[in-house]
Design a protein around this ligand. Structure first.
Ligand code: GRF
Length: 219
């Protein structure tokens, strides 16, 4: 038995109600399957939001292909072309503000953040991580879980703070580790849960004012 969502069931699959749609900015480094899950939730009417821009840092990130397919504006900010993490983050903040973004979603963004990004969008940045935080922070979280011998791992959506993978937890889903699991098979099952909880967590963060410090951005 898996698919244990560690939130009360009544908040799963609810619709966001009245009001303007939430303006999202997505940051991704790789495949972008979580990005696509957010798009699908919007398309199906489950999430009342619109994606203003995708920022990606690897020129060959498949996330950019997905964005173009859906006519979502893309901006490549290649970290190799910046002298420091802070300079990259300055450019990210500028790009997000230019695109009128209210809430930032890190959907597989593989760079450490600096105070510059946190200050640009305080309590307005969400990340998805493939473990049940606070266990297995950082890279190779799936491999860390396998190596540790735990029987249950999962995924976590959380607010981003300066300390890696340590911000306030918004939603989690548990995934059991099977006897014959490889990191690939386990990560595939974790990703099924990621795709399910990320859109729900975005809506929940907004609805319960977990993000925004209780306020929407003034326009
Ligand atoms: C996800 O497993 C996420 O938890 C981690 O990076 C992966 C991104 O996958 N932060 P994708 O690019 O969304 O397919």
């Amino acid at each position: 038995m898996y698919n244990m969502s560690l939130v009360s069931p009544d908040i799963n699959n609810y619709q966001m109600t009245s009001g303007e749609s939430l303006k999202l900015g997505i940051m991704a480094s790789g495949s972008g399957s979580n990005f696509e899950a957010v798009i699908q939730a919007i398309e199906s009417g489950k999430l009342n939001a619109q994606i203003q821009v995708l920022i990606y840092n690897n020129p060959d990130a498949y996330a950019a292909v997905r964005a173009k397919k859906w006519n979502i504006p893309v901006v490549l900010l290649n970290h190799r072309e910046f002298e420091s993490r802070e300079q990259l983050d300055h450019q990210i903040v500028e790009t997000l503000k230019e695109h009128d973004v209210e809430l930032v979603i890190m959907a597989g963004w593989m760079r450490l953040v600096t105070q510059v990004l946190i200050d640009g969008f305080p309590d307005r940045i969400i990340n998805i991580h493939p473990s049940l935080l606070p266990s297995f922070k950082g890279v190779n979280a799936v491999e860390q879980a396998l190596a540790s011998g735990v029987k249950i791992t999962g995924c976590t959506v959380h607010l981003v703070c300066l300390e890696m993978d340590s911000g306030k937890i918004i939603m989690q889903s548990a995934v059991p580790i099977l006897e014959d699991d490889t990191s690939e098979s386990l990560h595939a099952r974790i990703q099924q849960q990621e795709h399910r909880i990320l859109p729900d967590a975005i809506a929940l963060a907004f609805r319960r004012n977990i993000a925004f410090s209780g306020h929407r951005l003034s326009r």
